[in-house]
Structure formats: C-alpha cells, structure tokens
Design a protein around this ligand. Structure first.
Ligand SMILES: Cc1cc2nc3c(=O)[nH]c(=O)nc-3n(C[C@H](O)[C@H](O)[C@H](O)COP(=O)(O)OP(=O)(O)OC[C@H]3O[C@@H](n4cnc5c(N)ncnc54)[C@H](O)[C@@H]3O)c2cc1C
Length: 492
C-alpha cells in the first residue's frame, strides 16, 4: 500500500493498517518536510479548529485537552504524537510530491511517480494499492479574487495560507477581507495587538458562539475511564452536530431564530444584525462558523474590531474604497478569501495508458472511483468533522483488503452495475470554493453505494458494516498473469 499525504488522514490510514493488518507493508509519501498537513501549513494568528476535537480527533485516540475548539499547534502535536506512538513516522518519506500514477492491469500494480522537492529528481515506486490522503485544496496557492488597484496599495497584503513569520501588525490598522472560518478566527486574534481590525465582508455568514470548554465532557471524564468517556462524548457531539444539521435543513426558520437570539445576546444593543449577521441563504447551505467563547462578538463589543458589509470598488494607496463610497484605511490587508479546491493533490491518474478524467467518474461510498482499480481516497464530511469519515474510510479499506486476502483476489474495482443509478453533483453545498471546483470533481450517484450521505450514523452502516461483496465492487485474481514488479517496491 502506498499512502499519499501525511496529514490527519494519512497518519490515520497508517494507524488503521498497522493495527488491523499488521502483515501489510506500507509507505507514506509526503510532499512537505513535515507531517500534519493543514495543521502544519497554516500559521496565522489564532489558527484553530472550527469543529470540536472529540469528533475531529481520531476514534482510536482520545482527545484529552480541556479545549474542545483547539489551537492549531495542539492539533499538530496530537497528529505527531499519533505518528510517533504507532511507528508511523518511520514510514513517511518526506519531500516526495506525487505527480502521476499509472495502473497496469497486466501487472495488477500501480507505478507512482513522485518529484523530490529538494533535488528535483523523479522517483518511481510500485505498489499493489494506492491510497490518496492529500486533503482537498492546493498547498501552492490560496484563493484570491482579482482586486482592482491592488498594486497601488502601499501597505502589506497577506494571504492566511502564506502567513509571513515576521509580520508585525502591532499598533497597525488591519482589514481582513472575508467572512468564513478563517476571517472570524483572525479578527479577534489580531485585535489583541493591532490598533484596529475591520472585517470586510461582501455578505454575512451564520456565526454561532460556543463554550471553549465542554462542561458535560468534563463531568463524563470524572466518572468514566478515559476511552469510555471519549466514546460517550464523541457520540454526544456527533448527535448534537447531526441534530443541528438536520433541523437546519428541515426547520431552517427555527435554527435561524436560535442563531439570531445568540447574536443578540452577545452584540451591543442596537447593533445592525440584519446587515452583518443575517445571510441570504439557510443555515448549513454553507458551513457555519463557530466561535469559542464568543470571542468575535467580544472584540466587536470592545470596539477593537468592527464588521463592514460592503463591496470593494478598488484598492487605493491607503486602503480600500468601497462601492458605498466609504474608505477603509489600512496598513495591512489580509485576504481571507479562501482556498483553491484540488482533487487528489493535483496528481494525474492513468489506467492502462488512458488518462483519467475525474469529472466523468462516480465516487463509490465517497472513497473510490468507478473503473479505477485498487485505488482509494480519503475525503471528510463537509457538514461534520473530517476525521469521522476519514476513520470510517480507513476501517473500510482494512475490511476490503482482508476480504481480498481471504479470497485470494488481487484486484478490486467498483463498477456501476445498476442501470437505474443516475448522476448527481458530488456536493450539495453552495460555498464559493465548492462551486468554483464542482465541474472538475467526480460525481455521486442517486443510490447507495454511490450516494454520498454526509451522515455519520448512516455511514456506520453503509461503510463500517455493509458487506464488502455488494455487487458493485468487482474482484478478480490476476495472480496467474502477474509479472514481477519491475521497479522498487514500496515494501523495500
Ligand atoms: C484553516 C483550516 C481549518 C480547518 N478546520 C477544520 C475543522 O475544524 N474541522 C474539520 O473537520 N475540518 C477542518 N478543516 C479541514 C481540514 O483540512 C481537515 O480537517 C483535515 O486536516 C484534513 O486532513 P487531511 O490529512 O485529509 O488533509 P491535509 O491536512 O490537507 O493534508 C494533506 C497532506 O497531503 C500532502 N500532499 C498534498 N498533495 C500531495 C502530493 N501530490 N504528493 C504528496 N503529498 C501531498 C500535503 O502536503 C499534506 O501534508 C480545516 C481546514 C483548514 C484549511
């Protein structure tokens, strides 16, 4: 098995393989110089999770810190600890950026091509199975729209994905452009040192305050052993998240009222909530923003930060001119305008000489592609913590491999055998970063196992417990035709 990427997903994949199938050999190729992925890359002030750590944490490793919305460095330590404790670190080959993988049916093997980011050398490896854990966005470049007059601005422009280590914003006027999780994290964090921070948004987002620590979790931990307590708290949070999500879809007006009430409680009297905190869409049509201890609202109350809802006309030498005619003066502008979605870390797939067009394929259980043999990818939920799905994917892969070993199969490939399955977009989510990428992504189908449920409880059945041989997953034994692998095998 060759795993690509050493973030939460890749390290988790290594754990599950080592735990459930200790006889299998695997390696992890990682483009960067360290593990942790997202939690090592992003270094902006205040960087933290926006979902609770009892569900963003692995199922197999209890999250023990009191903070439920955790700082980025704590999450990085947790992933690193997992890799060290389970001897996963020694399987990682850093500075290997995978650019291409070609499947040969004759050999039942993948040949993977990686560029060494230090020497520029191309490395080729072969493996029986390929598992892509490269996350969902481009590491090279964050997303920044074209801003007129950008070159005229005399101050500094920074994107959160490329935060300069030495950026000094003490006593400076900062404008943060954006209204997503990154913007609502940055604003209160920067407001502590900056002269003033303005969050400039084109349109509002739902922002919900939650306690930074979980009183129920603390109580449960006092009475139950660590692992049992973690399981209980994790399920409590899964059900709570799902409940809010379900209600958002079935009774949006109820959830809107609840969010509104919370906002009113935390904002100064007379604050224009309609303008700054009332989105045009329903809750969970886009990801909601959680703020621990209401820190964003606190920064607004204290006057250290403000929200401006308007459109940018042009950057000027001193800041930003808005369509309303207002001018925002700034020394530093932060473009918290998002990510560039990238499927499979930008790698090219070729099957028996034919390049694969992902947009023409359908995702099986949200983790494999029709017609692509011995290939898995890990992608988390959009409406719940990423790791819930990542762990389920890993469990499924281990079951699949065990099934193949038991029957002597060497090749598995999902195929759409049911003619009544129709094609649907893979995500029902209207965030800008999703819409920009949708036409390049694979599709989902109208029925299981091609339907993406985005629902952990349904998936515990459809992924954790459903039979491996389900009619869509096709197996074959090519052992008799197999040749010796011509290149360095991963196990070497
Ligand atoms: C700022 C921020 C905050 C977030 N907060 C949350 C949250 O609170 N809750 C939540 O559920 N999700 C959150 N997410 C989503 C987050 O990405 C996931 O939670 C999780 O970290 C993804 O882990 P991953 O290992 O799948 O991907 P990543 O963390 O992206 O790691 C992918 C790894 O693959 C490597 N890689 C990529 N391409 C290649 C290649 N071609 N060859 C070799 N290696 C490659 C990368 O270098 C990286 O190390 C957040 C995302 C961001 C950007």
């Amino acid at each position: 098995m060759l795993i690509i990427g050493a973030g939460i997903s890749g390290v988790g994949a290594g754990y599950h393989l080592g735990d459930r199938l200790p006889g299998k050999s695997y390696a992890i190729l990682e483009a960067r110089e360290d593990l942790g992925g997202t939690w090592d890359l992003f270094r902006y002030p205040g960087i933290r999770s926006d979902s609770d750590m009892h569900t963003l944490g692995y199922r197999f490793k209890p999250w023990t810190d009191e903070k439920v919305i955790a700082d980025g460095d704590l999450i990085l330590d947790y992933v690193r600890e997992t890799a060290l404790e389970n001897r996963i670190e020694e399987k990682i080959r850093y500075r290997h950026r995978v650019v291409r993988a070609e499947w040969s049916t004759a050999e039942s093997r993948w040949t993977v091509e990686a560029e060494r980011t230090d020497s520029g050398e191309t490395v080729r490896l072969t493996c029986g199975y390929l598992w892509n854990c490269t996350g969902y966005y481009s590491y090279d470049q964050g997303y920044t729209p074209e801003f007129e007059g950008r070159e005229r601005f005399a101050g500094q422009i920074v994107h959160p994905q490329h935060w300069p280590e030495d950026l000094d914003y003490e006593g400076k006027r900062v404008v943060v452009i954006g209204s997503g999780a990154t913007a609502v994290t940055l604003v209160p964090a920067m407001a502590k040192r900056a002269a003033h921070v303005t969050m400039l948004q084109r349109s509002p987002t739902y922002v919900v305050a939650m306690p930074g620590e979980d009183a129920i979790a603390k109580a449960v931990r006092r009475v139950l052993p660590l692992k049992a307590a973690y399981a209980v708290i994790r399920w409590k949070n899964v059900l709570l998240q799902m409940g809010v999500y379900k209600l958002s879809k079935s009774r949006p007006s109820l959830i809107k009222k609840w969010i509104r009430k919370g906002n009113e409680r935390l904002l100064p009297t007379g604050y224009d909530i309609d303008k700054h905190f009332k989105p045009r869409y329903n809750p969970w049509d886009q990801r909601m923003c959680l703020v621990p201890n209401g820190d964003l609202f606190e920064a607004i109350r204290s006057g250290e930060a403000e929200i401006v809802t308007d459109r940018i006309k042009t950057f000027s030498e001193d800041g930003i001119e808005l369509e309303s005619g207002t001018e925002l003066e700034a020394d530093v502008i932060v473009t918290a305008t998002g990510l560039n979605v990238l499927f499979l870390g930008g790698m090219e797939l070729v099957v028996d000489g034919d390049p694969v067009d992902f947009s023409q394929l359908m995702a099986y259980k949200g983790m494999m592609l029709n017609g692509i043999p011995n290939f898995v990818f890990t992608l988390g939920y959009t409406n719940a913590s990423w790791t819930l799905k990542a762990d389920l994917t890993s469990e499924y892969v281990c079951r699949l491999l065990a099934h193949m070993d038991a029957h002597g199969y060497r090749r598995c490939v999902p195929e759409v055998t049911d003619p009544s399955v129709t094609v649907e977009p893979i995500l029902d989510f209207n965030s800008g970063y999703v819409l920009r990428a949708l036409d390049k992504l694979p599709k989902q189908g109208s029925k299981e196992p091609w339907k993406l449920r985005q629902n952990y409880i349904v998936d515990t059945r459809a992924i954790r417990r459903a039979p491996i041989a389900d009619g869509a997953m096709q197996f074959s034994d090519s052992a008799r035709q197999a040749k010796q692998p011509p290149l360095e095998p991963v196990a070497g």
